[in-house]
Ligand binder design. Structure first.
Ligand code: ADP
Ligand code: ZN
Ligand code: ZN
Length: 769
């Protein structure tokens, strides 16, 4: 008999505790149950993660109670949580906490305290003042009735009190008058409600789509299918493939899970899913209110919703009948969680597919080097779609389906522009294209990569970037102020900047006054902001309506949707934006995409900088010409020779991959090596350095003691973002050959290292800045 339960408590102790299961509770306790247990002198909430027949301890206490009828954690998600804790080196209670949304943990714990007010039948269409007069209501009560007329499905008592100004007693008064009912219950809210989603119907698949679907369908029917990598150019109809695959899974009685990089940026995509599967969709993401999240979670848990869509944490959604997982834009770095456990949702999804035997599709126009390598190696199945579908409506109002060319991409050498006297941030070709496009009343996107702007030092005459004499890394300009305070809008030299630092080996040198290569004095830091670009466009083209879209202008809830609608509705001619506009938008009227400065991000001291640059440029370029031919893309750069730019110019993922994989192999970076980054932050830089040196020594000793060939350490060195929130940051990066990946995880190397207090441990970091 399983009479001992292993329980994880919401306290940071990284261990499981044994409790006796009393006979009275035996029928209610199952794997994943939420239970109350005695702990010290207090009572705590925990989760049952396993059972045992014996324990090392003899003084076990019994469980006190079980909360909720259905266990919060499914067995699969529990397995996933345990794997995640081990792999990402996180305490088990952190892992368990991560797989349960806060909304769910909270609600379940206070289940009984949740009172809702429901309007009673027959009164919902009456006019409240009238009802109020008849029933002699106070103004507060009338206001409450008014609100209930809108909230026909009921509303939490606490919220009604807050919104109406009527006290809880007054609401009780309404109940006595027979106008409302108060009960402990939950009410379903639907995040998609109120948004116009018209049902849509699938089109006939193109031959490429049909071929992909054949394999995917087979995969859905198979028990342990391999991961599928769907590499389709932008606009090749990947989303349509996902939609059909999901329909198939649903017909077989299965649930599906769709991960998107960032929900706020993918409203368009979510609308497409909602339109195809009305009523069956649950949306989970951090932008939802607690209540909404809780409801969506429960609809999935009960199997009412058949499809979950959301950003990274949706991978933990409770889907008892999961059969298909889609990871859209699988290369996106936003899939990495930036707090412990530092999981990569795509990799967690692959693990989940393995645990549940589900089919899994990773989709991207620019797959990550790791995924593509796995596909080339035969570990994943590679599906390619090379042609763009010209969808949408034709002039005749009928749907069209034709093959569209990808827009031509032109690289403009900004060194030449400067040499010929053009000091504007727009090259002559971009100015001409802007004038022509605006003249035809077509739309323009101007893109700026802000990541790493104003960090490296480059010669404007020859394009030389100052690098470390010891490593080949570009050196980074350091300021006396913190990075967050630095305005990206200073393309003139910065008097406050002082030192150049290498982020691999710690080398430091003063900022030179002249270019070491051509002796030009025009050597300075690099960076331009969206505001400056928008102003320059307005000055040059006063009639153009310019819309700025970046973190600052889109910080409010719903701002993305509004901006998207404004641009789609033709209320602006030029959209100026950062990374966020590069993703998945389908904007039919855009016929010119200009990349103002492709160089930012190219020179970051990060092994992924080339990959990121290629992905971003390809994605932005993909925004042009999605409905008709004749569109163009112009990329301004000081480094037209850079392989990432060359490949982006040709829309040539494979050319990029061939170069990149050679570099990764040579350096032992992923996918040939596994990285673990250790980061230490402190208000004292000396403390950072000291801790980093101590840890480095421990790691090196352990590598030697275990005779681990091919293992190495990068650093210790200051992090690229050397200061954040008032603290200094130092890091070191452990690199193990891929063949030794298993020796890294918990139970082996990282465990043997012993506890390392105060350090952030990041297994498989997506960036090392
Ligand atoms: P991706 O996800 O690869 O960028 P989408 O699925 O968004 O591509 O497709 C691009 C455009 O082509 C969309 O407007 C879509 O409606 C349309 N489309 C996709 N598949 C077809 C098809 N088989 N027939 C007609 N139009 C299609
Ligand atoms: Zn160096
Ligand atoms: Zn120079």
């Amino acid at each position: 008999m399983n009479h001992i339960a292993k329980v994880v408590l919401d306290v940071a102790l990284d261990r499981e505790f044994d409790y006796l299961v009393p006979d009275t509770l035996a029928a209610q306790v199952s794997l994943g149950s939420n239970v109350f247990v005695p702990f010290g002198r207090s009572k705590r909430l925990g989760y049952v993660v396993g059972f045992a027949t014996s324990s090392q301890r003899t003084d076990l206490k019994p469980l006190l109670a079980v909360a909720g009828k259905v266990p919060l954690l499914t067995e699969d998600i529990l397995k996933l949580a345990r794997w995640m804790g081990d792999y990402y080196c996180a305490p088990v209670e952190h892992a368990v906490r991560t797989v349960l949304p806060r909304a769910v943990r909270r609600k379940e714990a206070r289940f009984k305290a949740c009172l809702f007010v429901f309007p009673l039948q027959g009164e919902k269409d009456a006019v409240p003042p009238e009802v109020g007069r008849r029933a002699k209501c106070s103004p507060g009560q009338c206001a409450a009735l008014d609100i209930l007329r809108e909230e026909k499905n009921g509303i939490a008592l606490s919220e009604l009190v807050k919104r109406s100004g009527a006290g809880a007693g007054a609401v009780r008064g309404l109940e006595r008058k027979g106008l409302v009912r108060i009960a402990s219950a939950t009410v379903e809210r639907n995040p998609m409600e109120g948004r116009n989603v018209l049902p849509t119907f699938p089109r006939d698949p193109t031959p490429e789509q049909a071929a992909a679907l054949t394999l995917i369908k087979h995969s859905i029917d198979t028990r342990k299918p391999p991961v599928i990598l769907l590499n389709g150019v932008t606009g090749s109809g990947k989303t349509e493939v996902y939609l059909r695959a999901i329909a198939r899974a649903m017909r077989l009685g299965k649930q599906a899970l769709v991960l998107v990089p960032e929900i706020a940026l993918t409203t368009q995509l979510v609308r497409r899913f909602a339109a195809r599967f009305p009523g069956k969709l649950a949306v989970l993401h951090s932008g939802l209110g607690m209540g909404e999240r809780y409801d969506e979670w429960r609809r999935l848990r009960r199997g009412e919703a058949r499809l979950a869509i959301g950003s990274r944490s949706v991978v933990f959604a409770p889907l008892p009948e999961l059969g298909l997982i889609v990871v859209d834009e699988e290369h996106e770095l936003t899939y990495k969680h930036d707090a412990g456990p530092r999981y990569q949702a795509r990799d967690v999804a692959i693990k989940l597919a393995e645990i549940t035997g589900s089919a899994i599709i990773l989709g991207s126009a620019t797959p990550s080097v790791e995924s593509y390598h796995a596909a080339r190696d035969g570990r994943y199945r590679l599906l390619e779609m090379a042609e763009r579908v010209g969808g949408g409506l034709g002039a005749d109002g009928l749907h069209r389906s034709e093959i569209l060319p990808l827009p031509p991409v032109r690289l403009v050498d900004m060194r030449r522009e400067i040499q010929s006297g053009n000091r504007s941030i727009f090259s002559r070709p971009l100015q001409q294209a802007l004038a022509a496009t605006l003249g035809r009343a077509e739309q323009v996107i101007l893109f700026l990569n802000r990541r790493g702007a104003a960090s490296f030092v480059m010669c404007r005459d020859c394009g030389h970037v100052i690098g470390c004499p010891a490593c080949s890394n570009p050196l980074t300009l350091h300021y006396d102020r913190e990075p967050s305070e630095i305005q990206p809008d200073h393309s003139a030299g910065n008097p406050q900047a002082s030192t150049l630092v290498c982020h691999s080996c710690g080398f430091r040198t003063a900022l030179p006054v002249a270019c070491p290569q051509c002796l030009s004095l025009r050597i300075k830091d690099f960076g331009v902001g969206t505001q400056r670009v928008a102003e320059d466009v307005e000055r040059m083209f006063p009639q153009a309506r310019v819309l700025r879209w970046d973190r600052d202008s889109a910080s409010r809830k719903g701002a993305h949707s509004r901006m998207l609608d404004a641009f789609l509705g033709g209320k602006a001619d030029v959209l100026v934006g950062t990374q966020m506009i590069a993703k998945g938008l389908d904007l039919p009227m855009v016929s010119l995409v200009g990349v103002v400065a492709a160089d930012t991000g190219l020179h970051l001291p990060d092994f992924r900088s080339g990959e990121r640059a290629f992905q971003l440029l390809t994605q932005v370029a993909g925004r042009a010409g999605r409905r008709s031919a004749g569109a163009q893309v112009i990329i301004q750069t000081y480094n037209p020779e850079h392989y990432a730019l060359q490949a982006a110019q040709e829309h040539d993922f494979r050319a990029f991959y061939t170069q990149e994989i050679a570099y990764r192999r040579e350096m032992g970076y992923p996918p040939f090596g596994r990285l673990v980054r250790f980061l230490y932050a402190s208000s004292s830089e000396a403390a950072c350095r000291r801790e980093a040196e101590i840890l480095a020594a421990r790691i090196i000793t352990l590598i030697a003691a275990r005779h681990l060939a091919g293992w190495g350490l990068i650093g210790p060195a200051p992090a690229f973002f050397q200061r954040a929130r008032g603290r200094w940051r130092w890091h070191l990066i452990l690199r193990a050959p891929e063949e030794h990946a298993e020796d890294l995880a918990v139970g082996t190397f990282l465990d043997a290292l012993g506890p390392i207090f105060g350090w952030i441990v990041d297994v498989d970091p997506v960036q090392v800045l």
